[in-house]
Ligand binder design. Sequence first.
Ligand SMILES: Cc1cc2nc3c(=O)[nH]c(=O)nc-3n(C[C@H](O)[C@H](O)[C@H](O)COP(=O)(O)O)c2cc1C
Length: 165
Amino acid sequence: MAKIGIFFGSSTGNTEDAAKQIAQDLGAEATEISSTSEDEILECDYIVFGVSTWGAGDLQDDFDDFMGTLEGMDFSGKKVAVFGLGDQENYGDTFVDAMGIVGKAVKAAGGELVGTVATDGYEYDASEGEENGKFIGLPLDEDNQSDQSADRIASWVSELKKSFA
Ligand SMILES: Cc1cc2nc3c(=O)[nH]c(=O)nc-3n(C[C@H](O)[C@H](O)[C@H](O)COP(=O)(O)O)c2cc1C
């Protein structure tokens, strides 16, 4: 049976909560990026990375620490999805940038990104997470649109299930 793994970095718990919900919906396990390894990630056929954005468009600290390892990994033949937590009102110029940084690194390391999301319903000025008019993964905004997170996760996971089939 194909193995799915969710790996996340979270500073105040928002990405962790989302990771746990996504894991539950996918019937998989969510693991902190700080307590995993390259081998544990590459054992999975399908991989989901979750990361929040801090500073001004920076990676969450634990994810930042892992980035050197991630950039040296070989994701060939893997389908990878990314989600990101951010704040589109207070950080509208760097909205979910970390999701974009991680997604682009995965692609550069040979992975196939799945799970793009339309930008409808989000109000921001710029995002590293956007490419060709779409988000490369799922943005979630617990600071301003927490009431939409459950529905956004549910519809994203149902798309992922098709991509991961
Ligand atoms: C000091 C600070 C800087 C932040 N910088 C950004 C940013 O550049 N872009 C963004 O989209 N969100 C930014 N955020 C919002 C966080 O990403 C958001 O609150 C997120 O839900 C935190 O997730 P976590 O608890 O999993 O770390 C920032 C928040 C704080 C407090």
